[in-house]
Design a protein around this ligand. Structure first.
Ligand SMILES: [Zn+2]
Length: 489
């Protein structure tokens, strides 16, 4: 039996619990795609996640804990013999790509693997440091293409300790960092290096309105046009709403035809299902936002929110390590494919909806109805979910999505996410209203009522949020566009 979305193309995964579901759901056949053996395994991912989400790292929220996380990441990158991304030159400017200017002194090279993110100046004009991005890179093997970059990234910060409880953040986002470390290790140790250069970046301050990636995009190590693709992963070790889905959602391919081709061509690791969604279904949820706003092609991977999202219960033992390893393997293959392609992804405004979207919604709504007793759905939720299942079934039967269907799909998916999956986060934020993350959720225009009324979530970008942090252009003192490099890692 085959399951919907991209793994249906593999024909490899048999899940007995879906037999009943499949008998009822409309599941048009897909193109045949190749199943590939994952190159990254659960045992590769586990030590990273267990360390980063372990008790010593205290939820990677305060300066000391985040420094420990950075040191771990830096150690792994140096062990893989990667180069620090933020190289220093005597002129104090960042080189574009000049490996020959790199100091032969390894300590000097380590010095520039961290990008400082400044805080506002105090009354005396003294600037504190707000955060630190970590970056390394692998030089491309093709002299012509090596000046172009694919970035593989994930944020490493989380929520720290609150009211005596450690928010360990195993899924959010130790899982994403583990992916970056393993993709880096695999590419660096391969006999054939990618043609384009590949950068590996661990962003800070994602939990504070994406400030780390915003700073990076505003102060990149090279001109932005050299970034051909930004890949980022946030929460790749669980399942949306704890539903039994072997799915990773891939967003961003609507902005480059080459990325849709790449997703089709690289194959699907055994046991994994890839669903392509338009990013407007979820709005800005992670570090792709600042790159998307600059029209840089991106891919965002996530297995979705679950009941332990942003709670102390997001712990390592709940991670599906095989699934996370499968996703890391997929990202490894995609990185290599794009880095080696003659034609790099080219940004376009948006390709209209992919049938993966109604397929995913049909799958999710059917599973929600299957498990409605355990979930104690209200009558309103049941009505909404039934409506979603029926209309997506019609779309799939017709094999065509009209513009009206797509508008309905966007609003409905936002409403579904909000009313079924996010409602707990919203109520929790009523308690933790001091959190910056909660300020985002509690912003007057992001109340459940307003969202339900207008379906505006997809139109809320980070620029619209009343940030408590200064924007990069408001840096005082020295030239705001000057690079920021920490002297020691
Ligand atoms: Zn996250």
């Amino acid at each position: 039996m085959r399951i919907p979305c991209r793994a249906s193309m593999t024909g490899c995964l048999v899940l007995s619990q879906f037999v009943f579901l499949q008998a009822k759901a409309v599941d048009p056949p897909r193109l045949t795609a190749v199943t590939v053996k994952p190159a990254i395994h659960a045992d590769h991912m586990r030590p990273h996640i267990e360390f980063l989400a372990g008790p010593n790292l205290k939820g990677r929220g305060d300066a000391e804990a985040k420094q420990e996380a950075r040191e771990y990441i830096i150690d792994q990158m140096i062990a893989a013999q990667l180069k620090p991304l933020f190289l220093k030159t005597p002129a104090g400017v960042l080189p574009s790509i000049q490996p020959s200017t790199e100091s032969s002194n390894p300590l000097s090279a380590v010095d520039a693997c961290v990008q400082l993110i400044p805080d506002a100046s105090d009354a005396n004009g003294i600037e504190a440091t707000l955060g630190h991005n970590v970056g390394f890179w692998l030089e491309g093997s093709d002299s012509r293409l090596a000046k172009e970059f694919v970035i593989v990234s994930a944020h490493y910060d989380h929520l720290g300790v609150r009211e005596g409880q450690i928010f360990t953040g195993a899924d959010d986002n130790a899982s994403g960092v583990a992916m970056v470390l393993e993709v880096a290790r695999q590419l660096a140790s391969s006999d054939t290096k990618p043609k384009r250069s590949v950068a590996f970046v661990a962003f800070d301050l994602e939990e504070r309105l994406l400030w780390g990636s915003r700073w990076f995009a505003a102060h990149p190590p090279w001109p932005l046009h050299r970034i051909k693709l930004l890949i980022t992963a946030d929460m790749i070790g669980r399942s949306l709403g704890n539903l039994p889905l072997p799915t990773v959602f891939a967003m961003g391919s609507e902005h480059a035809r080459e990325l849709k081709v790449a997703l089709d061509q690289v194959g699907t690791p055994v046991g994994l299902e890839v669903c392509r969604l338009g990013t407007d279904l979820i709005g800005t949820r992670s570090d792709y936002g600042p790159f998307r706003d600059r029209s840089i092609p991106y891919l965002f991977f996530s297995t979705g929110e679950h009941p332990d999202y942003h709670t102390p219960q997001d712990t390592p033992e709940k991670i599906d390590y095989d699934k996370a390893a499968g996703i890391a393997s997929l990202i490894l293959n995609l990185t290599r494919y794009v880095a080696d392609s003659d034609r790099a992804p080219v940004w376009i405004d948006a390709i209209p909806g992919d049938l993966d979207e109604p397929r995913a919604l049909n799958r999710i709504s059917t599973l929600l109805l299957e498990t409605e007793k355990e979930r104690s759905l209200t009558n309103t939720q049941r009505f909404l979910i039934t409506n979603v299942r029926n209309r997506t079934q019609r779309i799939l039967k017709n094999q065509w999505m009209t513009p009206d269907d797509r508008i309905w799909l966007i609003r409905t998916s936002q409403l579904l996410l909000l009313s079924v999956f996010w409602i707990k986060s919203w109520f929790r934020c009523r308690v933790f209203a001091q959190d910056t993350e909660c300020r985002h959720i509690l912003s007057p225009e992001i109340s459940p009522t307003n969202l339900a009324m207008s379906g505006v979530l997809g139109r809320i970008h980070w620029q619209d949020v009343n940030s408590p942090i200064r924007r990069p252009s408001q840096v005082t003192g020295t030239n705001p566009d000057a690079p920021r490099i920490e002297s020691r890692c």
